[in-house]
Write a protein that binds this ligand. Sequence first.
Ligand code: MLT
Length: 303
Amino acid sequence: MYAVHCMNNISTVGTDALERAGYEFVDDPDRADAWLVRSANLHEIEAPAGLLAIARAGAGVNNIPVERCAQRGIVVFNTPGANANAVKELVICGMLLACRDVIGGVEWVHEASDDPQIAKRAEKAKKRFAGCELAGKRVGVIGLGAIGAQVADVLIALGAEVMGYDPYLSINAAWGLDRRIEHATELSDLLAACDFVTLHVPATDETRGMISSVAIAHMKRGAVLLNFARDALVDEQALAEALDDGHLARYVTDFANPASANMKNAIVLPHLGASTGEAEDNCAVMAARQLRDYLENGNIANS
Ligand code: MLT
């Protein structure tokens, strides 16, 4: 039977399924036929000669040297869609955090918690935390794959006007969005029209740096940018300047790095999008199933 090495902690529903099927888990990556990975950076690790497959429990494969693997005949899988619901929910949460100063309000209560007059003070303080509503706002969704399409669906339910941009999809045909969203044929049209812009594309040669100083200049003054896709999509220096001078009101991102962590008016999370028990289980089950289907039947999915 096959030997598998886990590069990261992978939900046990996936690893148990493999064990039940007779797979052996080994500590030594060089002894494995296949690797299971979540966030480990494999660009710096040389795969052993006999490695047959790498399964990533997640959608993006930026942490895997896909081309080098292809040259060596190592099949790489990902799990598109398996964590889409979790990411979608956090994106909507991020949008609402940009609308309503929940973080400021919670901090205020924490600081005032010992004051017996807190209720009276809260009534006065609440003006400071007044926000806006998503309903009626125009939200641009860049990329209408599994996550972007789900985000668009929820936004429609919340009463937002959704504009989509995805040069690889016919939006009217895809994901059941029908005519419920506007279709931008140019990225610049979407950027110029929207109050909120949310990114849902992978980081590729085509998309890296797509939110450049030029793209930001197209955006409405006071717009909010959300990035739960990959930090490489954004020119962070240009973005920091736009936040500093007030051209953009907010940046909400799931990618903490030295640049984003110090940006004015940014809400920065430590890559939590897919961090729910449900998403981790789904990704692990899908990755395990794909591994088995390849190793036992020669079928290749999502490579
Ligand atoms: C993804 O690509 O789906 C995410 O990066 C998953 C994760 O958080 O590991």
